[in-house]
Design a protein. Sequence first.
Length: 314
Amino acid sequence: MRAATIRDGKLVVAEHPDPQPGAGEVLVRVRAAGINGADIHQLAGRYPAPPGSPQDIPGLELAGEVAALGPGATRFAEGDRVMSIVGGGGQAELCTVHERLLMPVPAGLSWPEAGGVPEVFTTAHDALFTQGDLGVGERLLVHGAAGGVGTAAVQLGVATGAHVTATVRNPQLRDRVVELGAHEVVEPDGFERLGPFDVVLELVGGPNLPGDLQALAETGRLVVIGIGAGAKAEINLGALMGKRATVRASHLRNRSLEEKALTARAMERHVLALFARGALRVPVAATFPLDAVAEAYERFTAGGKLGKIVVEMA
């Protein structure tokens, strides 16, 4: 098979042996795979893949067709349209995935759209509802709302009946985030004046933390899942105590199979039907063929995009 391959800090397309599904695994013929920030960090040598995942083939999410079943795999049949988060290896023509991590592709989604669903919508759903306990009628603030996880979080918040405020630095993208359902879309500077918020989803990092705490409501929940602007911050613990607030932090990649399977079942129960009836969509900023995967990474890092950059395998 051909795959995006990290060699000497550069991204090339190279041949690899076809993977074989083990017990409980499914071989997926990948049609599309989204690019995520973790892929950029892996390419730079800052974020190695977890044990059991290829170290030289990036890709945390994929969509494709079931090509073969390993021993004991029974949830899907050959030819089924499936999508999944993976520890790595998604940006390849073939990838093995444990059947418990796979989800059916909702009707109506194209391959590029499906390839951009698993990582960002699973991350956003887990952060908002499992970590942040977002409820109907609560006020949600989403930072970095033009990115993949941000666009997913805005839509999920609106779908659950929350009032959603989003911060977007690029003024040219703010109206497009409004189109996703956000009730307010503002520049990041001064966001804390718009509180109080019951849940703040932090996708930017350390510089926002003091303002996040100021903007939290009583018993508010701050959920940190992105640190692209910096990993360190100074916060007032007295203010945290005074508000009886909670700070949570989370990521998906290094979780156990059991924990990842729980997120997939939550997606199946609460999210996939929203795609099928058109309540959620996947903004795809651009698609690239596998042969142009290096250019796809350059487009991702250039910024100024709304939604996902997706690599198509065929």
